[in-house]
Design a protein around this ligand. Sequence first.
Ligand code: NAD
Ligand code: TYD
Length: 352
Amino acid sequence: MTILVTGAAGFIGSNFVLDWLSASNEPVVSLDALTYAGNAGNLASLKADQRHSFVHGSIGDAALVGRLLRQGQVRAVINFAAESHVDRSITGPAPFFETNVMGTLHLLEAVRGYLAELDEAARIAFRFLHVSTDEVYGTLGPDDPAFTETNPYLPNSPYAASKASSDHLVRSYRETFGLNTLVTNCSNNYGPYQFPEKLIPLVIHNALIGKALPIYGDGQQVRDWLYVGDHCAAIRLVLERAAPGATYNVGGNNQMANLEVVRTICALLDARRPRPDGKSYADQIAFVTDRPGHDRRYAIDASTIERDLGWRPAVAFGEGLARTVEWYLDHADWVADVTSGAYRDWIARHYG
Ligand code: NAD
Ligand code: TYD
């Protein structure tokens, strides 16, 4: 049997594939469209690995996906493929709906066609795991309880709206076509291979090249940070043990204001790679115009996955952030590679 991982050359997808093959011999087919956020080099260490194959293509190409499912006798799809950056969804929403909604629809259709050819036992054993976000629930006030799986969907950004739509599509395939789906709604991830447009890697990168560290608004927006390896472990557990149709919230139980996150990164860099002038990287912090529709606070109640599957985060934020800073310091080549012309265009357009 084989699993098909979509969006496998992105941040979480590549961490998932690397973790999977370090713990299991079950082959993986990686599918990725290699958008600006995808980097086949993330999987370079698997080049000679017989258990892994990489396919350059889109989840929107149902014929291609159908071929991959049949050739690999795939028993599960883990769908990471998406446009994932909120700020880009504000600048240009359309690709978010093309990929996250229409792409997911074509992927589901390819799976439906494939399953129709399988016997009942294989159909029952098949899983479609859709990786989603806590942003579908909207924003919390300072004293609101954390998001549970029964919170209403109230997306505020085009990104969140597109992910919410895809979650609804997946649900409809479960209810209408009997597809054995699983959905995870996870909080903000950080760790190796994250594209330096998201807060944590952007701040590490900008600090090291002497640029401003942009803080939107007052920097008091709260996110619930989770180390990417813990997210991958949760997905694996959900895939293996969750009842078909289940939805799980996944979070770090680690709420922090953005300004505090940025100051912690600066302190780590001050210790690990001091500035030549002896000043702190925190001197580079710059408050900039707030993001439109900026969600004030996210927090995940992960008690359901903890109770049902025994999952909880293993990596504390301090340790995970130190590991992440170390990884970026050790992978200057990777950063140079991904911060190419297209990246510079985005930074210039967005930050001016
Ligand atoms: P990412 O932007 O780093 O990676 C997305 C990957 O999908 C890229 O490799 C890209 O090339 C690929 N892709 C885009 N369009 C595609 C298409 N049509 N066909 C195939 N591949 C395509 O994103 P990420 O941070 O790794 O997020 C992965 C998933 O997890 C997304 O669905 C995202 O919504 C979800 N998620 C992310 C976070 C987070 O904090 N990063 C938190 C919760 C959920
Ligand atoms: P981000 O990493 O884009 O994730 P998300 O918007 O999905 O939560 O942003 C995390 C938080 O950091 C969010 O509140 C926006 C804020 N932020 C900044 O203050 N400055 C920046 O340059 C970026 C990219 C984000």
